[in-house]
Write a protein that binds this ligand. Structure first.
Ligand code: DX5
Ligand code: ZN
Length: 223
């Protein structure tokens, strides 16, 4: 299913299923779709780049049959060049990969675009914005990590969030700036203030019984 990343200029809450009930993923997607979100953040971990393992292409492929949401796949894996296109084939609409493992990202960005997907680069908390300077404008979105990737429910790192400002200055208003890690009603005003427009939130949504109210609370905090 070919879908476009929502055009920059709106703030989008992007629920991360990492904290969802993995035994009921299709139901979880249906609930957040009811809340009116346009996208869902699928965290892919390989046990190498990060010390955790989550889902692979077969799960994305099955979920695709149950959802019309834009699938934002965050690859926390050491070989995005090999697996990025496989995730697009499985149904990913955006593939985000880490600059820390891909020193020449232009080829992969082009490959993803040629396949009809959008492409995003991600920086870990300790990775400088200068590392993506040459490639950022080739991307559809830049992801700034505000926790060390691997687990949901970690504490927001304010110093890492400050890089959002530099990223926004680098890419201008047309490219989305996504933030991932510790985003909740308290940290949302901070990251939106720095220029983020795509708010990944796992624990802040899926630890709550009422996911829809939790999404609405983040939207409200972003105003
Ligand atoms: C962490 C993942 C995140 C995670 C965020 O490595 O990339 O997407 O789900 O979870 P919270 O919102 O709980 O910090
Ligand atoms: Zn993520």
């Amino acid at each position: 299913m070919k879908m476009k990343l929502p055009k920059a200029g709106t703030v989008e809450v992007n629920p991360s299923i990492l904290s969802a009930d993995f035994a009921r993923l299709a139901d979880e997607l249906a609930v957040i779709e009811k809340a009116g979100v346009k996208m869902v953040h699928l965290d892919v971990m390989d046990g190498h780049f990060v010390p955790n393992i989550t889902i692979g292409p077969p799960v994305v492929e099955k979920l695709r049959q149950h959802s019309n949401l834009f699938f934002d796949c965050h690859l926390m894996i050491t070989d995005p060049r090999k697996y990025g296109p496989i995730f697009v084939e499985a149904g990913a609409n955006n593939v985000t990969f880490h600059i820390e493992v891909e020193k020449n990202p232009a080829d992969l960005i082009k490959k993803l675009h040629d396949m009809g997907a959008s492409a995003s680069l991600c920086v870990n908390p300790e990775t400088p914005v200068s590392s993506i300077e040459k490639y950022a404008r080739l991307c559809d979105m830049i992801l700034v990590m505000t926790v060390h990737p691997g687990f949901g429910g970690q504490k927001f790192m304010h110093d890492a969030a400050k890089k959002i400002k530099a990223v926004r200055e680098l890419v201008g208003p047309e490219i989305r700036v996504e933030v991932d890690g510790g985003v909740d009603v308290d940290t949302t005003p901070i990251v939106v203030g720095y220029g983020a427009d795509t708010l990944v939130a796992g624990n802040a949504i899926f630890s709550k019984k009422d996911r829809i109210a939790a999404i609405e609370a983040i939207r409200e905090a972003a105003k």
